[in-house]
Design a protein. Sequence first.
Length: 626
Amino acid sequence: MGIREDLVKALEEIQPELHKAIERLVAIESVRGESLPEAPYGEGPKQALLEVLALAEELGFETKNLDNKIGYAQYGDAREDGEYYGIFGHVDVMPLGTGWESPALKATKRDGKLFGRGVLDNKGPILSNLFALYVLKEKGIQFDRPIRIVFGTNEETGFGCVKHYLTKEQPPTFGWTPDCKWPVVYGERGRLKVRLSTSLEQISALYDFTNQYLLHTTHQGVELGINYSDEDFGMMQLRGYTVGIEEERHFVEWTMSYPASVTKEQLLFDIRKHIPEGSRLEEISSWKPVLYDKDSIYVQTLQKVYQEVVDGNAPPVTTTGGTYAKIIPNIIAYGPSFPGQRDIAHLPNEWIGIEDLKVNTIIYGLALYELSFITTSLEGERRMTILEICAGGIEDCINAQAAGANRIELNSALHLGGLSPSLAVLTQAVKKIDIPIICMVRPRGAGFCYNKLEKEVMFEDAKIFLEAGAKGLAFGFLTPEGNMDWDATKKMIELCKEYGADSVVHRAFDCVKNPEETLERLIELGCTRILTSGQGKNIMSGLENLAKWQKQYGKQIEFLGGCGVSLANLTEILEKTGLEQLHGSFKSWAVDPTTTNGEVSYRYSDSGDYDLCHLESMKEAVNILK
Protein backbone atom coordinates (compact mmCIF):
# COMPACT_ATOMS: atom_id res chain seq x y z
CA MET A 1 0.00 0.00 0.00
CA GLY A 2 1.38 3.42 -1.00
CA ILE A 3 1.54 6.49 1.27
CA ARG A 4 -1.56 8.11 -0.26
CA GLU A 5 -3.60 4.93 0.01
CA ASP A 6 -2.45 4.52 3.60
CA LEU A 7 -3.48 8.11 4.38
CA VAL A 8 -6.91 7.66 2.81
CA LYS A 9 -7.47 4.49 4.85
CA ALA A 10 -6.48 6.30 8.05
CA LEU A 11 -8.69 9.29 7.21
CA GLU A 12 -11.63 6.94 6.73
CA GLU A 13 -10.91 5.08 9.96
CA ILE A 14 -10.74 8.29 12.02
CA GLN A 15 -14.39 9.14 11.24
CA PRO A 16 -15.90 7.72 14.47
CA GLU A 17 -13.53 9.85 16.54
CA LEU A 18 -14.39 12.87 14.41
CA HIS A 19 -18.12 12.26 14.99
CA LYS A 20 -17.56 12.15 18.77
CA ALA A 21 -15.65 15.44 18.62
CA ILE A 22 -18.46 17.06 16.64
CA GLU A 23 -20.94 15.84 19.27
CA ARG A 24 -18.86 17.50 22.00
CA LEU A 25 -18.76 20.82 20.20
CA VAL A 26 -22.35 20.87 18.95
CA ALA A 27 -23.54 20.40 22.55
CA ILE A 28 -22.29 23.94 23.33
CA GLU A 29 -24.73 26.73 22.41
CA SER A 30 -22.05 29.05 21.05
CA VAL A 31 -24.37 31.86 19.98
CA ARG A 32 -23.07 35.36 20.56
CA GLY A 33 -24.10 36.66 23.96
CA GLU A 34 -23.42 39.51 26.32
CA SER A 35 -19.85 40.77 26.15
CA LEU A 36 -18.01 40.08 29.41
CA PRO A 37 -14.43 40.88 30.48
CA GLU A 38 -13.32 37.25 30.03
CA ALA A 39 -15.84 36.39 27.33
CA PRO A 40 -15.79 39.18 24.72
CA TYR A 41 -18.38 37.52 22.45
CA GLY A 42 -20.38 35.89 25.22
CA GLU A 43 -20.02 32.79 27.37
CA GLY A 44 -21.12 30.33 24.65
CA PRO A 45 -18.44 31.18 22.07
CA LYS A 46 -15.81 31.22 24.82
CA GLN A 47 -16.79 27.75 26.04
CA ALA A 48 -16.72 26.40 22.49
CA LEU A 49 -13.21 27.81 22.03
CA LEU A 50 -11.99 26.31 25.30
CA GLU A 51 -13.51 22.95 24.38
CA VAL A 52 -11.98 22.77 20.91
CA LEU A 53 -8.55 23.81 22.23
CA ALA A 54 -8.82 21.10 24.93
CA LEU A 55 -9.73 18.62 22.21
CA ALA A 56 -6.70 19.67 20.15
CA GLU A 57 -4.43 19.22 23.16
CA GLU A 58 -5.85 15.72 23.65
CA LEU A 59 -4.76 15.01 20.08
CA GLY A 60 -1.22 16.13 20.90
CA PHE A 61 -1.20 19.62 19.39
CA GLU A 62 0.26 22.77 20.87
CA THR A 63 -2.47 25.38 21.36
CA LYS A 64 -2.77 29.09 21.97
CA ASN A 65 -5.74 31.11 23.19
CA LEU A 66 -5.78 34.77 22.13
CA ASP A 67 -7.84 36.53 24.79
CA ASN A 68 -10.82 34.14 24.47
CA LYS A 69 -11.55 35.68 21.06
CA ILE A 70 -9.75 33.19 18.83
CA GLY A 71 -7.24 30.39 19.23
CA TYR A 72 -5.31 27.80 17.30
CA ALA A 73 -3.72 24.37 17.31
CA GLN A 74 -0.27 24.08 15.73
CA TYR A 75 1.74 21.21 14.30
CA GLY A 76 5.43 21.83 13.64
CA ASP A 77 8.10 24.06 15.09
CA ALA A 78 7.99 27.83 14.53
CA ARG A 79 10.30 29.28 11.88
CA GLU A 80 12.50 32.32 12.37
CA ASP A 81 10.55 34.22 9.71
CA GLY A 82 7.25 33.30 11.39
CA GLU A 83 5.74 31.76 8.24
CA TYR A 84 3.07 29.08 8.53
CA TYR A 85 0.11 27.58 6.70
CA GLY A 86 -3.24 28.47 8.25
CA ILE A 87 -6.70 26.91 8.09
CA PHE A 88 -9.32 29.27 9.49
CA GLY A 89 -12.74 28.13 10.67
CA HIS A 90 -15.14 29.13 13.44
CA VAL A 91 -16.95 27.56 16.37
CA ASP A 92 -19.64 30.20 16.91
CA VAL A 93 -23.08 29.53 15.46
CA MET A 94 -26.31 31.28 14.55
CA PRO A 95 -29.30 31.23 16.97
CA LEU A 96 -31.00 27.84 17.16
CA GLY A 97 -34.46 28.89 16.01
CA THR A 98 -37.48 26.58 16.07
CA GLY A 99 -38.73 23.71 13.95
CA TRP A 100 -36.03 21.13 14.67
CA GLU A 101 -36.97 17.46 14.26
CA SER A 102 -34.19 16.49 16.67
CA PRO A 103 -32.43 18.50 19.40
CA ALA A 104 -30.44 21.36 17.89
CA LEU A 105 -27.62 20.89 20.44
CA LYS A 106 -27.27 17.15 19.90
CA ALA A 107 -25.46 15.79 16.86
CA THR A 108 -28.05 13.27 15.64
CA LYS A 109 -27.53 10.68 12.88
CA ARG A 110 -30.54 10.13 10.66
CA ASP A 111 -31.02 9.11 7.01
CA GLY A 112 -27.29 9.18 6.26
CA LYS A 113 -26.91 12.69 7.66
CA LEU A 114 -25.63 14.33 10.82
CA PHE A 115 -28.04 16.97 12.17
CA GLY A 116 -27.35 19.74 14.69
CA ARG A 117 -26.51 23.42 14.91
CA GLY A 118 -22.99 23.91 13.58
CA VAL A 119 -22.44 20.50 11.98
CA LEU A 120 -21.98 22.26 8.63
CA ASP A 121 -21.37 25.87 9.65
CA ASN A 122 -18.66 25.45 10.80
CA LYS A 123 -17.85 23.08 13.64
CA GLY A 124 -17.93 19.93 11.53
CA PRO A 125 -15.68 21.18 8.70
CA ILE A 126 -13.04 22.81 10.93
CA LEU A 127 -12.88 19.66 13.08
CA SER A 128 -12.55 17.66 9.86
CA ASN A 129 -9.42 19.67 9.12
CA LEU A 130 -8.12 19.19 12.67
CA PHE A 131 -8.52 15.41 12.47
CA ALA A 132 -7.01 15.32 8.97
CA LEU A 133 -3.94 17.09 10.34
CA TYR A 134 -3.90 14.68 13.29
CA VAL A 135 -3.71 11.74 10.89
CA LEU A 136 -0.76 13.31 9.05
CA LYS A 137 0.95 14.08 12.37
CA GLU A 138 0.58 10.48 13.50
CA LYS A 139 1.98 9.28 10.15
CA GLY A 140 5.04 11.49 10.65
CA ILE A 141 4.41 13.75 7.64
CA GLN A 142 6.68 16.82 7.88
CA PHE A 143 6.16 20.33 6.49
CA ASP A 144 8.67 23.10 5.78
CA ARG A 145 6.54 25.44 7.92
CA PRO A 146 4.05 24.86 10.75
CA ILE A 147 0.38 24.14 10.14
CA ARG A 148 -2.22 25.98 12.20
CA ILE A 149 -5.88 25.15 12.59
CA VAL A 150 -7.45 28.42 13.74
CA PHE A 151 -10.77 28.57 15.60
CA GLY A 152 -12.67 31.87 15.44
CA THR A 153 -15.61 32.79 17.69
CA ASN A 154 -17.18 35.82 15.96
CA GLU A 155 -17.62 34.87 12.29
CA GLU A 156 -21.39 35.02 12.35
CA THR A 157 -21.57 38.49 13.90
CA GLY A 158 -18.73 40.61 12.63
CA PHE A 159 -15.34 38.92 12.00
CA GLY A 160 -13.93 40.68 15.08
CA CYS A 161 -12.08 37.51 16.07
CA VAL A 162 -9.87 37.39 12.97
CA LYS A 163 -9.28 41.14 13.11
CA HIS A 164 -8.00 40.58 16.64
CA TYR A 165 -5.89 37.66 15.41
CA LEU A 166 -4.04 39.95 13.00
CA THR A 167 -3.11 42.29 15.84
CA LYS A 168 -1.37 39.37 17.57
CA GLU A 169 -0.10 37.12 14.77
CA GLN A 170 1.25 37.61 11.27
CA PRO A 171 -0.87 36.36 8.35
CA PRO A 172 -0.24 32.88 6.94
CA THR A 173 1.91 32.11 3.94
CA PHE A 174 -1.13 30.40 2.45
CA GLY A 175 -4.21 28.64 3.70
CA TRP A 176 -7.93 28.17 3.38
CA THR A 177 -11.22 28.48 5.17
CA PRO A 178 -13.60 25.46 5.00
CA ASP A 179 -16.66 27.71 5.13
CA CYS A 180 -17.97 28.03 1.59
CA LYS A 181 -18.26 25.45 -1.18
CA TRP A 182 -16.35 23.14 -3.50
CA PRO A 183 -14.23 23.23 -5.59
CA VAL A 184 -11.47 25.82 -4.99
CA VAL A 185 -12.95 29.31 -4.53
CA TYR A 186 -10.16 31.64 -5.65
CA GLY A 187 -12.13 34.90 -5.55
CA GLU A 188 -14.85 36.67 -3.60
CA ARG A 189 -16.82 39.58 -5.02
CA GLY A 190 -16.66 42.98 -3.41
CA ARG A 191 -19.73 44.00 -1.47
CA LEU A 192 -20.88 47.61 -1.07
CA LYS A 193 -24.05 48.61 0.78
CA VAL A 194 -25.26 52.20 0.46
CA ARG A 195 -28.12 54.38 1.61
CA LEU A 196 -29.67 57.21 -0.41
CA SER A 197 -31.77 59.56 1.69
CA THR A 198 -33.81 62.73 1.18
CA SER A 199 -35.94 65.07 3.20
CA LEU A 200 -39.71 64.66 3.29
CA GLU A 201 -40.08 67.38 0.65
CA GLN A 202 -38.00 65.28 -1.80
CA ILE A 203 -39.74 61.97 -1.24
CA SER A 204 -41.18 61.92 -4.74
CA ALA A 205 -37.72 62.25 -6.30
CA LEU A 206 -36.42 59.47 -4.03
CA TYR A 207 -39.09 57.00 -5.11
CA ASP A 208 -38.72 57.99 -8.75
CA PHE A 209 -35.03 57.13 -8.41
CA THR A 210 -35.84 53.85 -6.66
CA ASN A 211 -38.22 52.76 -9.41
CA GLN A 212 -36.11 53.93 -12.33
CA TYR A 213 -32.66 52.81 -11.19
CA LEU A 214 -33.28 49.94 -8.75
CA LEU A 215 -36.58 48.09 -8.84
CA HIS A 216 -37.69 48.09 -12.48
CA THR A 217 -34.28 47.26 -13.88
CA THR A 218 -31.94 44.48 -14.97
CA HIS A 219 -30.51 44.44 -11.41
CA GLN A 220 -27.08 44.55 -13.01
CA GLY A 221 -26.51 48.29 -12.72
CA VAL A 222 -27.08 49.12 -16.38
CA GLU A 223 -29.36 52.05 -15.58
CA LEU A 224 -26.84 53.52 -13.10
CA GLY A 225 -23.93 53.04 -15.47
CA ILE A 226 -22.26 50.58 -13.10
CA ASN A 227 -22.76 47.37 -15.09
CA TYR A 228 -19.13 46.36 -14.67
CA SER A 229 -18.04 42.81 -15.32
CA ASP A 230 -14.90 40.76 -15.70
CA GLU A 231 -13.80 37.27 -16.64
CA ASP A 232 -13.44 36.04 -13.06
CA PHE A 233 -16.67 37.31 -11.49
CA GLY A 234 -19.03 38.02 -14.36
CA MET A 235 -21.63 40.81 -14.15
CA MET A 236 -22.39 43.26 -11.36
CA GLN A 237 -25.35 42.28 -9.16
CA LEU A 238 -27.73 44.63 -7.28
CA ARG A 239 -29.96 43.27 -4.53
CA GLY A 240 -31.23 43.74 -0.96
CA TYR A 241 -33.44 46.77 -1.61
CA THR A 242 -34.92 48.32 1.56
CA VAL A 243 -36.90 51.51 2.05
CA GLY A 244 -37.57 53.27 5.34
CA ILE A 245 -37.60 56.43 7.44
CA GLU A 246 -34.99 57.46 9.99
CA GLU A 247 -34.50 60.81 11.71
CA GLU A 248 -37.18 62.37 9.49
CA ARG A 249 -35.35 61.36 6.31
CA HIS A 250 -36.71 58.86 3.81
CA PHE A 251 -34.17 56.38 2.46
CA VAL A 252 -33.55 53.46 0.17
CA GLU A 253 -30.71 51.03 0.78
CA TRP A 254 -29.24 48.46 -1.57
CA THR A 255 -26.22 46.21 -1.89
CA MET A 256 -23.88 45.84 -4.84
CA SER A 257 -21.96 42.62 -5.37
CA TYR A 258 -19.21 43.82 -7.67
CA PRO A 259 -16.29 42.35 -9.65
CA ALA A 260 -12.63 43.16 -9.14
CA SER A 261 -12.56 45.26 -12.31
CA VAL A 262 -14.02 48.25 -10.44
CA THR A 263 -13.36 49.97 -7.12
CA LYS A 264 -15.78 51.14 -4.46
CA GLU A 265 -14.73 54.73 -5.19
CA GLN A 266 -15.64 54.41 -8.86
CA LEU A 267 -19.05 52.94 -8.03
CA LEU A 268 -19.89 55.80 -5.67
CA PHE A 269 -18.67 58.29 -8.27
CA ASP A 270 -20.89 56.76 -10.97
CA ILE A 271 -23.97 56.56 -8.76
CA ARG A 272 -23.70 60.22 -7.74
CA LYS A 273 -24.27 61.20 -11.35
CA HIS A 274 -27.87 59.99 -11.08
CA ILE A 275 -29.05 60.79 -7.56
CA PRO A 276 -31.62 63.55 -6.98
CA GLU A 277 -30.26 67.01 -6.23
CA GLY A 278 -30.02 67.61 -2.49
CA SER A 279 -30.09 63.92 -1.61
CA ARG A 280 -27.41 62.22 0.47
CA LEU A 281 -25.54 59.04 -0.53
CA GLU A 282 -23.88 57.21 2.39
CA GLU A 283 -21.73 54.10 2.57
CA ILE A 284 -23.21 51.61 5.07
CA SER A 285 -20.64 48.84 4.73
CA SER A 286 -17.96 47.76 2.33
CA TRP A 287 -15.80 44.71 1.61
CA LYS A 288 -13.18 44.79 -1.11
CA PRO A 289 -13.00 41.96 -3.66
CA VAL A 290 -10.56 39.13 -3.01
CA LEU A 291 -8.84 37.59 -6.01
CA TYR A 292 -6.10 35.00 -5.61
CA ASP A 293 -4.06 33.89 -8.61
CA LYS A 294 -5.86 30.78 -9.84
CA ASP A 295 -2.69 29.69 -11.64
CA SER A 296 -0.59 29.76 -8.46
CA ILE A 297 1.02 26.56 -7.25
CA TYR A 298 -1.24 26.57 -4.19
CA VAL A 299 -4.57 26.86 -6.01
CA GLN A 300 -3.50 24.33 -8.62
CA THR A 301 -2.42 21.89 -5.90
CA LEU A 302 -5.71 22.14 -4.01
CA GLN A 303 -7.71 21.92 -7.23
CA LYS A 304 -5.82 18.80 -8.30
CA VAL A 305 -6.68 17.09 -5.01
CA TYR A 306 -10.39 17.92 -5.34
CA GLN A 307 -10.47 16.71 -8.92
CA GLU A 308 -8.75 13.44 -8.01
CA VAL A 309 -11.12 12.70 -5.13
CA VAL A 310 -14.42 14.03 -6.48
CA ASP A 311 -14.63 15.52 -9.98
CA GLY A 312 -11.93 15.58 -12.62
CA ASN A 313 -13.53 18.38 -14.63
CA ALA A 314 -14.58 21.00 -12.08
CA PRO A 315 -12.66 24.29 -12.58
CA PRO A 316 -11.84 26.77 -9.77
CA VAL A 317 -14.68 29.21 -9.12
CA THR A 318 -15.51 32.54 -7.49
CA THR A 319 -18.34 33.41 -5.11
CA THR A 320 -20.67 36.23 -4.16
CA GLY A 321 -20.32 35.25 -0.51
CA GLY A 322 -17.92 36.55 2.09
CA THR A 323 -15.60 34.43 4.24
CA TYR A 324 -12.58 34.95 6.47
CA ALA A 325 -10.64 35.43 3.22
CA LYS A 326 -12.03 38.98 3.21
CA ILE A 327 -9.90 39.70 6.28
CA ILE A 328 -7.06 37.18 6.45
CA PRO A 329 -4.50 37.73 3.68
CA ASN A 330 -3.37 34.84 1.47
CA ILE A 331 -6.20 32.39 2.14
CA ILE A 332 -8.98 31.12 -0.10
CA ALA A 333 -12.26 29.28 0.51
CA TYR A 334 -12.10 25.49 0.11
CA GLY A 335 -15.25 23.45 0.80
CA PRO A 336 -17.24 22.05 2.52
CA SER A 337 -20.55 22.11 0.58
CA PHE A 338 -20.81 20.17 -2.66
CA PRO A 339 -22.54 21.43 -5.81
CA GLY A 340 -26.32 21.54 -5.37
CA GLN A 341 -26.16 21.75 -1.57
CA ARG A 342 -27.70 25.11 -0.66
CA ASP A 343 -29.83 26.68 2.08
CA ILE A 344 -28.71 24.26 4.79
CA ALA A 345 -26.71 26.34 7.27
CA HIS A 346 -28.44 28.82 9.61
CA LEU A 347 -31.78 26.99 9.28
CA PRO A 348 -33.52 24.46 11.51
CA ASN A 349 -32.38 20.88 10.81
CA GLU A 350 -28.92 21.99 9.67
CA TRP A 351 -27.09 18.91 8.39
CA ILE A 352 -24.00 17.50 6.75
CA GLY A 353 -23.95 14.18 4.92
CA ILE A 354 -22.01 11.51 6.80
CA GLU A 355 -20.40 10.37 3.55
CA ASP A 356 -19.73 14.02 2.62
CA LEU A 357 -17.97 14.53 5.95
CA LYS A 358 -15.71 11.57 5.20
CA VAL A 359 -14.96 12.84 1.70
CA ASN A 360 -14.22 16.30 3.11
CA THR A 361 -11.74 14.79 5.57
CA ILE A 362 -10.01 12.89 2.76
CA ILE A 363 -9.76 16.02 0.59
CA TYR A 364 -8.37 18.11 3.44
CA GLY A 365 -5.92 15.38 4.44
CA LEU A 366 -4.58 14.91 0.93
CA ALA A 367 -4.41 18.67 0.38
CA LEU A 368 -2.30 19.01 3.52
CA TYR A 369 -0.15 16.11 2.36
CA GLU A 370 0.46 17.84 -0.97
CA LEU A 371 1.43 21.06 0.87
CA SER A 372 4.25 19.08 2.49
CA PHE A 373 5.98 18.99 -0.90
CA ILE A 374 5.82 22.76 -1.46
CA THR A 375 8.81 24.76 -0.26
CA THR A 376 8.35 27.94 -2.29
CA SER A 377 7.79 31.35 -0.73
CA LEU A 378 4.53 33.26 -0.73
CA GLU A 379 3.16 33.93 -4.21
CA GLY A 380 0.48 36.25 -2.91
CA GLU A 381 -2.75 37.62 -4.33
CA ARG A 382 -3.19 39.16 -7.70
CA ARG A 383 -3.03 42.91 -7.05
CA MET A 384 -3.95 45.97 -9.02
CA THR A 385 -1.56 48.75 -7.98
CA ILE A 386 -3.30 52.10 -7.64
CA LEU A 387 -1.34 55.21 -8.59
CA GLU A 388 -2.44 58.41 -6.87
CA ILE A 389 -1.02 61.67 -8.17
CA CYS A 390 -0.26 64.48 -5.76
CA ALA A 391 -1.60 67.40 -7.80
CA GLY A 392 -1.06 71.10 -7.15
CA GLY A 393 -3.55 72.55 -9.61
CA ILE A 394 -6.02 72.01 -12.43
CA GLU A 395 -3.34 71.34 -15.06
CA ASP A 396 -1.89 68.58 -12.91
CA CYS A 397 -5.34 66.99 -12.57
CA ILE A 398 -5.95 66.96 -16.32
CA ASN A 399 -2.51 65.53 -17.05
CA ALA A 400 -2.84 62.88 -14.34
CA GLN A 401 -6.01 61.52 -15.90
CA ALA A 402 -4.45 61.66 -19.37
CA ALA A 403 -1.51 59.62 -18.08
CA GLY A 404 -3.81 56.89 -16.77
CA ALA A 405 -3.53 57.57 -13.03
CA ASN A 406 -6.21 56.09 -10.80
CA ARG A 407 -6.80 58.89 -8.33
CA ILE A 408 -5.77 62.45 -7.42
CA GLU A 409 -4.93 64.13 -4.16
CA LEU A 410 -5.64 67.79 -4.82
CA ASN A 411 -3.56 70.39 -2.96
CA SER A 412 -2.21 73.87 -3.18
CA ALA A 413 1.30 74.96 -2.14
CA LEU A 414 3.02 71.62 -2.61
CA HIS A 415 6.32 73.22 -1.60
CA LEU A 416 4.81 73.46 1.92
CA GLY A 417 3.81 69.80 1.88
CA GLY A 418 0.38 70.53 0.45
CA LEU A 419 -2.37 72.82 1.72
CA SER A 420 -6.12 72.95 1.12
CA PRO A 421 -6.92 73.74 -2.53
CA SER A 422 -9.21 76.50 -3.66
CA LEU A 423 -12.85 75.68 -4.24
CA ALA A 424 -12.60 76.95 -7.82
CA VAL A 425 -9.80 74.49 -8.66
CA LEU A 426 -11.81 71.60 -7.21
CA THR A 427 -14.95 72.66 -9.05
CA GLN A 428 -13.12 72.88 -12.38
CA ALA A 429 -11.39 69.55 -11.78
CA VAL A 430 -14.70 67.80 -11.05
CA LYS A 431 -16.05 69.14 -14.36
CA LYS A 432 -13.00 68.22 -16.44
CA ILE A 433 -11.92 64.79 -15.13
CA ASP A 434 -13.61 61.56 -14.09
CA ILE A 435 -11.13 59.90 -11.73
CA PRO A 436 -11.74 60.36 -7.98
CA ILE A 437 -10.35 63.47 -6.28
CA ILE A 438 -9.22 63.45 -2.66
CA CYS A 439 -8.96 66.97 -1.23
CA MET A 440 -6.26 67.99 1.20
CA VAL A 441 -7.65 69.66 4.33
CA ARG A 442 -4.72 71.59 5.80
CA PRO A 443 -4.92 75.31 6.59
CA ARG A 444 -1.20 76.05 6.98
CA GLY A 445 2.30 74.62 6.72
CA ALA A 446 4.44 73.16 9.52
CA GLY A 447 2.95 70.59 11.92
CA PHE A 448 -0.51 69.28 12.64
CA CYS A 449 -1.45 70.58 16.08
CA TYR A 450 -4.30 72.98 15.36
CA ASN A 451 -6.12 75.49 17.55
CA LYS A 452 -9.89 75.86 17.75
CA LEU A 453 -10.14 78.47 14.97
CA GLU A 454 -8.01 76.39 12.60
CA LYS A 455 -10.18 73.33 13.22
CA GLU A 456 -13.33 75.31 12.52
CA VAL A 457 -11.86 76.36 9.19
CA MET A 458 -10.82 72.78 8.41
CA PHE A 459 -14.26 71.32 9.04
CA GLU A 460 -15.93 74.08 7.05
CA ASP A 461 -13.51 73.42 4.17
CA ALA A 462 -14.20 69.68 4.47
CA LYS A 463 -17.96 70.11 4.07
CA ILE A 464 -17.54 72.51 1.15
CA PHE A 465 -15.16 70.11 -0.63
CA LEU A 466 -17.49 67.13 -0.16
CA GLU A 467 -20.51 69.10 -1.36
CA ALA A 468 -18.50 70.18 -4.41
CA GLY A 469 -17.71 66.60 -5.45
CA ALA A 470 -14.57 65.51 -3.61
CA LYS A 471 -14.53 61.74 -3.18
CA GLY A 472 -12.50 61.90 -0.02
CA LEU A 473 -10.50 64.04 2.36
CA ALA A 474 -6.85 63.88 3.43
CA PHE A 475 -6.28 65.21 6.93
CA GLY A 476 -4.34 64.78 10.15
CA PHE A 477 -4.77 66.09 13.68
CA LEU A 478 -2.11 65.70 16.40
CA THR A 479 -1.85 66.70 20.03
CA PRO A 480 1.15 68.67 21.34
CA GLU A 481 2.52 65.38 22.72
CA GLY A 482 2.67 63.80 19.25
CA ASN A 483 -0.40 61.58 19.59
CA MET A 484 -3.42 61.50 17.31
CA ASP A 485 -6.10 64.03 18.27
CA TRP A 486 -8.83 61.43 18.44
CA ASP A 487 -11.81 63.75 18.90
CA ALA A 488 -11.07 65.69 15.72
CA THR A 489 -10.00 62.56 13.83
CA LYS A 490 -13.18 60.68 14.68
CA LYS A 491 -15.30 63.70 13.72
CA MET A 492 -13.62 63.95 10.30
CA ILE A 493 -13.96 60.21 9.63
CA GLU A 494 -17.66 60.36 10.52
CA LEU A 495 -18.12 63.34 8.20
CA CYS A 496 -16.57 61.38 5.34
CA LYS A 497 -18.83 58.41 6.05
CA GLU A 498 -21.86 60.71 5.93
CA TYR A 499 -20.96 61.61 2.34
CA GLY A 500 -19.85 58.11 1.32
CA ALA A 501 -16.32 59.49 0.89
CA ASP A 502 -12.86 58.15 1.71
CA SER A 503 -11.20 59.23 4.94
CA VAL A 504 -7.42 59.49 4.51
CA VAL A 505 -5.04 60.24 7.35
CA HIS A 506 -2.04 61.87 5.67
CA ARG A 507 1.60 61.93 6.77
CA ALA A 508 0.73 63.42 10.12
CA PHE A 509 0.68 59.68 10.89
CA ASP A 510 4.46 59.63 10.33
CA CYS A 511 4.82 62.00 13.29
CA VAL A 512 2.91 59.96 15.89
CA LYS A 513 4.80 58.36 18.76
CA ASN A 514 2.90 55.06 18.77
CA PRO A 515 2.17 53.97 15.16
CA GLU A 516 0.83 50.45 15.80
CA GLU A 517 -1.56 51.61 18.52
CA THR A 518 -2.66 54.46 16.26
CA LEU A 519 -3.20 52.05 13.36
CA GLU A 520 -5.44 49.81 15.40
CA ARG A 521 -7.54 52.73 16.61
CA LEU A 522 -7.91 54.09 13.07
CA ILE A 523 -9.11 50.65 11.98
CA GLU A 524 -11.69 50.65 14.77
CA LEU A 525 -12.95 54.07 13.64
CA GLY A 526 -13.33 52.91 10.04
CA CYS A 527 -10.64 55.07 8.46
CA THR A 528 -10.23 54.21 4.78
CA ARG A 529 -6.55 54.83 4.15
CA ILE A 530 -3.24 56.09 5.52
CA LEU A 531 -0.68 58.03 3.46
CA THR A 532 2.69 57.19 4.96
CA SER A 533 6.41 56.86 4.34
CA GLY A 534 6.60 54.20 7.03
CA GLN A 535 7.77 56.93 9.43
CA GLY A 536 10.94 57.25 7.37
CA LYS A 537 12.57 60.44 6.13
CA ASN A 538 11.37 59.21 2.76
CA ILE A 539 9.68 56.05 1.54
CA MET A 540 12.95 54.22 0.88
CA SER A 541 13.99 54.57 4.51
CA GLY A 542 10.58 53.38 5.71
CA LEU A 543 10.28 50.18 3.66
CA GLU A 544 10.64 47.85 6.64
CA ASN A 545 7.73 49.42 8.52
CA LEU A 546 5.60 49.59 5.38
CA ALA A 547 6.15 45.90 4.68
CA LYS A 548 5.30 44.99 8.27
CA TRP A 549 2.14 47.11 8.39
CA GLN A 550 0.91 46.00 4.98
CA LYS A 551 1.32 42.38 5.99
CA GLN A 552 -0.22 42.80 9.42
CA TYR A 553 -3.02 45.28 8.77
CA GLY A 554 -3.42 45.51 4.98
CA LYS A 555 -6.76 43.71 4.90
CA GLN A 556 -8.25 46.09 7.46
CA ILE A 557 -7.04 49.46 6.23
CA GLU A 558 -5.43 50.71 3.02
CA PHE A 559 -1.81 51.85 2.99
CA LEU A 560 -0.74 54.50 0.45
CA GLY A 561 3.04 54.74 0.20
CA GLY A 562 4.41 58.22 -0.43
CA CYS A 563 7.29 60.69 -0.07
CA GLY A 564 9.99 60.20 -2.66
CA VAL A 565 8.21 57.77 -5.00
CA SER A 566 9.92 57.95 -8.40
CA LEU A 567 10.32 56.04 -11.64
CA ALA A 568 13.60 54.69 -10.31
CA ASN A 569 12.17 53.05 -7.19
CA LEU A 570 8.57 52.06 -8.04
CA THR A 571 9.35 48.39 -8.62
CA GLU A 572 11.63 48.06 -5.60
CA ILE A 573 9.00 49.61 -3.30
CA LEU A 574 6.33 47.17 -4.44
CA GLU A 575 8.61 44.14 -4.25
CA LYS A 576 9.84 44.94 -0.75
CA THR A 577 6.57 46.08 0.84
CA GLY A 578 3.65 44.41 -0.94
CA LEU A 579 1.90 47.79 -1.09
CA GLU A 580 -1.08 48.06 -3.41
CA GLN A 581 -1.15 51.88 -3.69
CA LEU A 582 1.53 54.50 -4.34
CA HIS A 583 1.44 58.32 -4.18
CA GLY A 584 3.74 60.65 -6.09
CA SER A 585 3.94 63.97 -7.88
CA PHE A 586 6.53 63.11 -10.59
CA LYS A 587 7.57 66.71 -10.51
CA SER A 588 8.96 68.86 -13.30
CA TRP A 589 9.67 72.60 -13.29
CA ALA A 590 8.16 75.42 -15.31
CA VAL A 591 9.26 79.01 -15.96
CA ASP A 592 7.34 82.19 -15.21
CA PRO A 593 9.35 85.14 -16.58
CA THR A 594 7.92 87.46 -13.94
CA THR A 595 9.18 85.42 -10.98
CA THR A 596 12.25 87.59 -10.53
CA ASN A 597 13.05 91.25 -11.16
CA GLY A 598 16.51 92.28 -10.09
CA GLU A 599 16.78 91.71 -6.38
CA VAL A 600 13.07 90.85 -6.07
CA SER A 601 12.39 87.10 -6.32
CA TYR A 602 9.41 84.85 -5.67
CA ARG A 603 11.30 81.68 -6.56
CA TYR A 604 11.13 78.95 -3.87
CA SER A 605 13.50 76.46 -5.52
CA ASP A 606 16.72 76.60 -7.45
CA SER A 607 15.25 73.99 -9.82
CA GLY A 608 12.73 76.34 -11.41
CA ASP A 609 10.00 78.89 -10.85
CA TYR A 610 7.11 76.56 -10.00
CA ASP A 611 6.45 72.82 -10.11
CA LEU A 612 4.07 70.73 -12.22
CA CYS A 613 3.35 67.02 -12.50
CA HIS A 614 5.26 65.75 -15.54
CA LEU A 615 2.90 64.07 -18.04
CA GLU A 616 5.43 61.68 -19.62
CA SER A 617 6.80 60.58 -16.24
CA MET A 618 3.30 59.81 -15.01
CA LYS A 619 2.61 57.79 -18.17
CA GLU A 620 5.80 55.80 -17.62
CA ALA A 621 4.86 55.18 -13.98
CA VAL A 622 1.46 53.86 -15.05
CA ASN A 623 3.14 51.49 -17.53
CA ILE A 624 5.56 50.20 -14.90
CA LEU A 625 2.68 49.44 -12.55
CA LYS A 626 0.59 47.55 -15.10
